[in-house]
Structure formats: C-alpha cells, structure tokens
Design a protein around this ligand. Structure first.
Ligand code: 5AD
Ligand code: SF4
Ligand code: FES
Length: 364
C-alpha cells in the first residue's frame, strides 16, 4: 500500500510511469480519496461539470462471435434472439431526439453480412434526415472492414466504440477463442483504421478479469494514452453463468473490489487524459446501485441511458444482474436526470458532446 505522501507526490507529476500507475491503482482508502479529489478537479477544469447523454439502442443480440465472457455469444442457446426492424429502431431514435439527447449509440452483436451492413447504412441516413444532422451517432458494432467503416462514415457516423477488452495479448486469448474471428492484431488494426478514417475513436477494457494483474491495467491506461484515444468506456467484468468463463469464477476478485478498481481506473484516466470523453459504464450499476453516479463524480462525463424497447432488454444480457431491464426509455431518462443532478453535474441537453480531445488531436 502506498502512503498518502506517495500518492500526493505522484499526482504532482506531469507524466505517469507504469510504476506510478500501479501505485495509484494499489492506493488504500485514504490514498484513493486523494486520487478521486484530484480527478474531480481535473474533470471540472478541462471538460466541465457536464454529463452528456448517449441514448443506447441495443438493436439486435444476434452475434457471430463467441467471446468467452459474454452472455449473448453465438453458442449460448439460452438467449432468445431478436433483431429490431427499422421502424422500431427509428422510434427509439425519435425518442432520443424529442428528449433533446445530444446523440445515440447503435449497438448490437457483431455481424459482417451484407444485409446487416446495408441496414446500418440505411439507418444512419434516416437518422441524419429526421434530425437534420443534429443527432450525433456512435456505432458500437465490432470489427468491420475498412470499406464498411468508410461506408458508414459516409452515411453519417462520426464516432465508433470498439473495446480492446484487454491490451495483454495473452490475456486476450484467455478470454476469447484463439481463431481467425477473434484475433488480437486484427482488433488493433480495426482501431487504427477507425482512427485513420477520422472517426472519434473509443475503446476500453474490462476490469477484474480472471488472470488480470494490476500491471495489465496500468498497461491498458498507457495504451489509451499512447494511441491518443478520444473516448473510453470501461467497467467491471461481471460473470454470466451461461458462458465458458463462469468456470473461472473462483479466480475473481469480490465484486466490490472489481468496482473499486474500476473507479480508480476512471479517476486515473481522467488525470492522464484530461480532455477525453469517459463513459460511466452500465456494469458499474450492476454492482452498486449508485455506481454510475460515483463514476461521474470522479471523472466520467458520458452516460448512456438505455432506450432499447423494454421487452428486448432482458435478452441483451452481456452479464447478469444488468440494471434497467424492466424499465422503459422514459423511466431511465427521468431516473438518470435525478441521479446526475444529485452527483453535482448538469446534463448537456441538446449538445452532441464531442470529445474535446478529438479536435485538439486533429489540429496537431
Ligand atoms: N461483463 C462486463 N462487460 C461485458 N461485456 C461483455 N460481456 C461482459 C461481461 N460479462 C462488455 C464488453 C463489450 C461490451 C459491449 O460489453 O467489454 O465490448
Ligand atoms: Fe458478440 Fe460483442 Fe458479446 Fe463478443 S462481446 S460475443 S462480439 S456481443
Ligand atoms: Fe434505468 Fe434508473 S437508469 S431505471
């Protein structure tokens, strides 16, 4: 454990070494409070006490992949599959627009077929049309070819989220099958392609994975920094009983420790990359009822209210105990509004809330 003096000393530095990051991640209760205070100050100074909404539409849980940790993996036959039609999706989009959300996130399991690619293209054009291009769209649809990324960009997508899940290649292959569909280098390439094409690029990792070390997490933070990432979404790993990784449950940290480690990761990242967008991941709320608010207080500035139609939510269970599966879009909007005000932030209504980092990166 590091003393308060050591934590204070590290926080005066301009740049953190890997060892500094490890020490910050290992901070005890009093050390971590110093870290959180500093992160809150950095947030206020560089991105303001504003939280931006991204309406999350989980439009299909069909997935061609078999990630070992994920409840909607292809081989989980206990998941009832759904695929929302254009009308259903557009009605969620209209809700977000009417409620003055700055933007929406289209998320689904990973598919690379023509029908899927065309559907996303069509939706992007419709969203642009109904909002006069005002509604920002983030895609979270996994690895695609450069052509596909380009096509979607030409149809109006500006931001893309593709979590690396872990930057430790060995760990990556412990949590994914080692085959052509789950390839570490391909994922890195996909991130690079998004960056080269001029997307605001987001990535992230899961925290508290079996076999993951504090050094791994320090390296994850350095990866975000070295790759000039614009947005990060990261949260605790939460086991799902219908997945292969459930058999490693005995190796996991207790849930509250995974939660605390996730908050520390967010706070450190805010200090490390002052002007990026950081999401308060929904998985935080699966552990602590006010987990997302805590993340907002110590550095996160993005929240993704779920606006998926209620009847589909319980089938988009990436992990168990996922919150808001019985609620509707209206419920989550009002609930989160109260929660954000309580945590001391304003809501960036009507603002697309682009990553400030993206623009400073573009000027370089
Ligand atoms: N626990 C936490 N996060 C998970 N995800 C998938 N399965 C789990 C899980 N069991 C995350 C992955 C993926 C994102 C959409 O959800 O990081 O990128
Ligand atoms: Fe599919 Fe994504 Fe789940 Fe992997 S994490 S199985 S790609 S939905
Ligand atoms: Fe969904 Fe509170 S955020 S019900």
């Amino acid at each position: 454990m590091e003393s308060d003096e050591q934590i204070l000393h590290i926080l005066t530095k301009e740049n953190f070494t890997k060892e500094d990051l490890v020490n910050l991640l290992n901070s005890d209760i009093s050390g971590r409070n110093i870290l959180y205070k500093k992160a809150a100050e950095v947030k206020e100074k560089y991105v303001g006490k504003i939280t931006y909404y991204r309406g999350l539409i989980e439009f299909s849980n069909y997935c061609s992949k078999n990630c070992y940790y994920c409840g909607i993996r292809k081989s989980n036959s206990n998941t009832l599959r759904y695929d929302l039609n254009d009308e259903e999706i557009m009605s969620a989009v209209k809700f977000a627009h009417d409620k003055n959300y700055g933007s929406v996130v289209l998320q689904s399991g990973e598919r690379n077929d023509k029908q899927f690619i065309e559907k996303v293209e069509r939706l992007l054009k419709k969203i642009y049309q109904i909002s006069n291009g005002e509604l920002g769209v983030t895609l979270s649809l996994g690895e695609q070819t450069k052509e596909t990324y380009k096509r979607w960009q030409d149809s109006g997508a500006r931001r893309y989220l593709l979590r690396i899940e872990s930057t430790n290649k060995e760990l990556f292959y412990k949590i994914h099958p080692n085959d052509e569909y789950h390839n570490f280098e391909k994922r890195l390439e996909a991130l690079q392609t998004l960056n080269d094409l001029g997307y605001q690029t987001g990535t992230g990792v899961m925290i508290g994975l079996p076999h993951q070390t504090i050094e791994d997490l320090a390296n994850d933070l350095l990866f975000f920094k070295n790759n000039d990432i614009d947005m990060v979404g990261m949260g605790p790993y939460i086991e799902h009983s219908d997945t292969p990784m459930f058999s490693e449950k005995h190796l996991l940290l207790p849930l509250n420790e995974r939660f605390n480690l996730s908050l520390k990761m967010i706070a450190i990242l805010r200090i490390l990359m002052k002007d990026i967008n950081i999401a308060a991941a929904t998985a935080l709320q699966a552990i602590d009822p006010i987990g997302r608010e805590k993340a907002i207080k110590i550095g996160a500035n993005i929240i993704m209210p779920n606006i998926t139609p209620t009847e589909n939510r319980k089938n988009y269970l990436l992990y168990q105990n996922k919150p808001c599966t019985d609620e509707g879009a209206e419920d989550c909007t009002e609930c989160l509004e109260a929660r954000i005000y309580i945590s001391g932030d304003e809501i960036g209504y009507g603002k697309s809330g682009d990553s400030k980092h993206f623009f400073s990166r573009m000027k370089k």
